[in-house]
Design a protein around this ligand. Structure first.
Ligand code: F6R
Length: 265
């Protein structure tokens, strides 16, 4: 696992945008997995800025959203489908039908969860999956206790998640009880994982995920099993890492041929 610690949240956003840009310019048919929530917003703004500057086009890009709430009316502003459109897709040149969102209507739920993994496979798999992390270590809506080999399915949200996400809904009680989420096994199938965390409220979860044991009690610790996982943090989110100094040394002395700008050539 590679750990990158940046001075500011803006630097984190630029780093993340660099990863996305590198994929898009090097792949003929890039497939992105995107998360919502507060963490990736600055990175999405940076991607929009690059698109507007004419240096980046999303025309060939397909996106699979990580998760979606169950039970919200179509177009509800709190739904993750609406959120990703509002925060990114509506501002770039991606084809509107190139966004895939896990189906979360009650009628088709069982079949659609299974189909979502098949749709990802049919698209050739996800090249780069962006992830945030919950304050208790969840990725997607894989709450503590989730199977590390789980596939896309419905999950019941933990009370802490509903509390944390109450800010997007006008209170925890308004947050849906259920969501459809890519499973941890689904996430681990992506060719590259990029977990982003900003702020001190994530420090404990980040340390447990990166340096603690691999356990379903900290779903993000499953990233340790992935051959190409990168964690991009600001200083506050990195505050509890024991090996922070070592990660900085790794970056300072990274051989030239391993640097991303070289790899992209
Ligand atoms: C969002 C998602 C969640 C969030 C996590 C952090 O699609 O799957 O796992 O990434 O809850 O949320 P924020 O970024 O709002 O702190």
């Amino acid at each position: 696992m590679e750990v990158l610690i940046e001075e500011t949240a803006h630097n984190v956003a630029k780093r993340v945008a660099d990863f996305v840009e590198r994929l898009i310019v090097t792949s003929p048919a890039p497939v992105l997995g995107l998360a919502t929530g507060a963490t990736p917003v600055l990175a999405y703004q940076e991607l929009i800025r690059r698109y507007r500057a004419g240096t980046l086009s999303f025309e060939r890009t397909r996106v699979f959203l990580l998760d979606e709430y169950v039970g919200l009316a179509a177009g509800h502003p709190g739904s993750y489908g609406s959120t990703i459109r509002r925060e990114l897709i509506d501002h770039i040149d991606m084809a509107t039908d190139a966004l895939m969102v896990p189906a979360s209507d009650a009628a088709s739920l069982r079949a659609s969860s299974h189909c979502y993994d098949a749709e990802i496979r049919d698209a050739g798999g996800i090249d780069l999956q962006l992830l945030g992390i919950g304050s208790q270590g969840h990725i997607g809506f894989n709450e503590p206790g989730s199977s590390l080999s789980s596939r896309t399915r419905i999950k019941t949200l933990a009370a802490s998640t509903r509390r944390d996400n109450g800010r997007f809904f006008g209170g925890a009680d308004e947050v849906p009880r259920h969501a459809v989420t890519q499973g941890i096994g689904t996430i681990l199938d992506a060719r590259q994982l990029l977990l982003i965390a900003i702020g001190s409220t994530k420090a404990k979860a980040v340390a447990a995920a990166v340096e603690g044991p691999i356990t379903s009690m900290v779903p993000a610790s499953a990233l340790q099993l992935h051959p190409h996982a990168t964690v991009v943090l600001d200083h506050s989110a990195a505050a509890d890492l024991q090996l922070a100094e070592y990660y900085a040394v790794v970056q300072r002395h990274k051989p030239q041929w391993l640097r991303p700008e070289q790899a992209a050539e």
